[in-house]
Design a binder for this molecule. Structure first.
Ligand code: TRP
Length: 331
């Protein structure tokens, strides 16, 4: 069985467009692989959250994980900071990570540009911490988005450098597992091609949104005056509504409205009402699960403790062996 590791930083309110697709793919992977999925709360410290915000965001991700279908009995679900072995490996990897390569990292250069008032060492060494997360379990595959590929490349560099320096064949070189085509593209309600909350609150549908909120957002989605000639191509905002329908409604429903569009008989109000209904039917079980989990700190605590125990077992073994290889031997 292959070992899979991936982590997610605090995500805020989970909406249909962001990490939801990634977590749903984790759910598929948990059956055929030995999976470790964690909440990257050490990484979160680069942005200096308050203790309350940090804790709340960790809880939110844990709830999202479970509500979306990750099974704590199948995959190891844990909180990064519960596994201090990760911090030790991070320290060790930093000794052989060079300033130049860390400074050249695109995500670091981006941070210098966008938050020049907080360029801390944690940001510089973000790639070594991420490498530690991954190789602490000797992972083979890392499901991540395209934006993380350079970090994965650096992880392979750090892993193979360790092997070379110590003349061992210890760490595997992990590869990115890119969902690519598997990820259904979820466009925004505001006419943009990607659902996101940063630009416009009403562009994104959150899994925790009430049915009323979803109906309101969908009814406000950007449309136009409608086609004036048959069989016209659809402008982006209209294409978006159809894409959402493709993702959340039945094929019959989609075809019904597509035919109306082609005949210039479409009424967007009707279409949006149907779409809202179908999205509500889809999100309701998730929302209910999230509400229940949010009330159940005892269960969340149990999951976190169980995950920490399993993750530490694997991490402690690696650290024991790495210490031995490096030459930290018992006197
Ligand atoms: N850097 C990742 C992100 O921002 C989060 C992350 C931290 C991660 N450590 C990881 C992802 C290890 C995969 C493996 O999305």
């Amino acid at each position: 069985m292959e070992i899979v590791v991936s982590g997610i930083r605090s995500t805020g309110n989970l909406h249909l467009g962001n990490y939801f697709g990634a977590i749903r793919n984790f759910v598929k992977m948990q059956h055929e692989n030995h999976c470790y999925f964690f909440i990257a709360d050490y990484h979160s410290l680069t942005t200096h959250p308050t203790p309350t915000d940090l804790h709340d965001s960790v809880k939110t991700v844990l709830v999202d994980f479970i509500a979306c279908g990750l099974d704590p009995d199948k995959a190891t679900l844990y909180i990064q900071s519960d596994v201090p072995e990760v911090a030790e490996l991070y320290l060790l990897l930093n000794m052989n990570a060079y300033l130049g390569e860390l400074e050249r990292c695109t995500s670091f250069k981006e941070k210098i540009r966008t938050q020049s008032n907080n360029v801390n060492a944690g940001l510089l060494t973000y790639p070594t911490l991420m490498a530690a997360d991954i190789i602490i379990h000797k992972a083979h595959k890392v499901p991540v988005g395209k934006d993380q590929e350079q970090h994965l490349e650096m992880t392979r560099t750090f892993a193979s450098r360790f092997n070379r320096i110590y003349g061992v064949d210890y760490f595997p070189e992990p590869v990115a597992y890119n969902f690519g085509e598997d990820l259904v593209k979820i466009p925004g309600l505001d006419g943009s091609t990607k659902m996101s909350k940063s630009e416009n609150e009403n562009s994104a549908i959150c899994l925790a949104d009430s049915p009323e909120a979803i109906l309101k957002k969908v009814m406000k989605a950007v449309t136009d005056a409608g086609p004036t000639e048959p069989n016209q191509p659809k402008p982006q905002p209209i294409e978006n509504i159809f894409q959402l329908m493709h993702a959340f409604s039945t094929t019959d429903t989609y075809n019904h409205f597509s035919n109306l569009y082609d005949r210039c008989e479409i009424r967007y109000g009707d279409m949006k009402k149907q779409l809202a209904e179908d999205i509500i039917a889809y999100t309701t079980p998730f929302r209910e699960k999230m509400e229940a989990l949010n009330q159940d700190d005892a269960y969340l605590g149990k999951v976190a403790r169980m995950g920490a125990e399993k993750a530490r077992e694997s991490a402690a073994k690696t650290i024991r062996e790495v210490r031995e290889i490096i030459g930290f031997k018992r006197m």
